[in-house]
Design a protein around this ligand. Structure first.
Ligand code: PEP
Ligand code: MN
Length: 339
């Protein structure tokens, strides 16, 4: 249930309403917008009398919420979430470009790629140190050393870094990582989500291979309910009957999530397609559909990449694509683009 308050409510009345609700075992999440305050009530609200609350002087409206996710719900928090990261931000009209290799492979590789993507206008460096591979015999990532190399690349370029955590035990290594990624396979690792909710770094949750929007939003809810509101959603394609592409990119996720949630939405055309030639058209489609950013795999030598070479762009192809992306985003930000 949400309680929308009138502007400038009487503070004594607000305090007594809150105390009354707390006395009934309800948790209150307060969201302060530019003009209005909204109280999100979490707990068993079935016994609360809507008419009684609506009749209070300070209350403008009371609504029951059907969706099981509350913190991630736009009804609860009408304004878009903006996540500040270094001297950039995710959401709020900014187009975030996360680019970098699937795996960090060596110091020279990550520095070379970081410099190249930065020169092309990427706003964040993404690289995997812990890799969730289908085969236990495949390259598993450089681990802690990979995280150190990402930090080195950040120091060289100024780009904030994004990397995937696979296990809660790895958390101390992510102390100084700017955005912690939860991979598709871990989207419903609820213990990991709770632990990430109890630490301060932003968390980007990739959509599970066969997860519904609601399941995905419930994963965001796990992090938010544990205290961390800085959650980003990343669509990376879902499993369908099609085998030509690695997955099927669900661009409908952008308008649907925009309606359901206030959280920023990133699109990953690299894992969605598995083919470098498809990355550019789908990246353009995602920007035209209104995403908050893209995650694009870029490797300095895709043919010899230790993981995901076939879907990786080389720096030249990324440069060409990013020019088109930025031009399209500039158009999308105009009145005509938004219409
Ligand atoms: C990745 O981002 O490198 C990755 C493994 O992706 P996903 O979890 O979407 O499969
Ligand atoms: Mn990858």
């Amino acid at each position: 249930m949400i309680v929308i308050l009138k502007p400038n409510p009487n503070l004594d009345q607000l305090e007594s309403l809150k105390n009354w609700l707390i006395g009934k075992g309800i948790q209150i999440h307060t969201s302060l917008g530019t003009t209005q305050m909204i109280l999100g009530l979490v707990g068993d609200t079935s016994t609360l009398d809507i008419d009684l609350i609506s009749a209070l002087d300070i209350v403008e409206d009371v609504k029951r919420i059907q969706e099981p996710y509350k913190n991630a719900n736009r009804k609860f928090h009408p304004e878009d979430t903006i996540i500040p990261i270094g001297n950039t931000q995710i959401g709020g009209g900014t187009l975030t470009i996360m680019a970098g290799p699937c795996s960090v492979e060596s110091e020279s590789q990550i520095i070379e790629v970081a410099k190249a993507v930065k020169a092309s206008g990427a706003t964040m460096l993404r690289g995997g140190a812990f890799k969730p591979r289908t085969s236990p015999y495949a390259f598993q990532g450089m681990g802690a050393e990979g995280i150190e190399l990402l930090k080195l690349a950040r120091a060289e370029t100024g780009l904030p870094i994004v990397s995937e955590i696979m296990d809660a035990a790895q958390l101390p290594l992510f102390d100084d990582v700017d955005v912690i990624q939860v991979g598709a396979r871990n989207m419903q690792n609820f213990n990991l989500l709770k632990i990430l909710g109890a630490q301060p770094k932003p968390v980007m949750i990739k959509r599970g291979l066969s997860s519904t929007y609601e399941e995905w939003l419930m994963s965001a809810e796990y992090v938010m309910a544990s205290g961390n509101e800085q959650v980003i959603l990343c669509e990376r394609g879902i499993r369908t009957f099609e085998t030509y592409t690695r997955n099927t990119l669900d661009l409908a996720a952008i308008p649907v999530l925009r309606h359901l949630t206030h959280l920023p939405i990133i699109i990953d055309p690299s894992h969605a397609t598995g083919r470098y030639a498809l990355v550019a058209p789908l990246a353009m489609g995602a920007v035209a559909t209104g995403c908050d950013g893209l995650l694009i795999e870029v490797h300095n030598d895709p043919a010899h990449a230790l993981s995901d070479g076939p879907q990786s762009l080389n720096p030249e192809a990324f440069d060409k694509l990013n020019r088109r992306i930025l031009a399209l985003h500039a158009f999308m930000s105009t009145g005509e683009g938004r219409a």
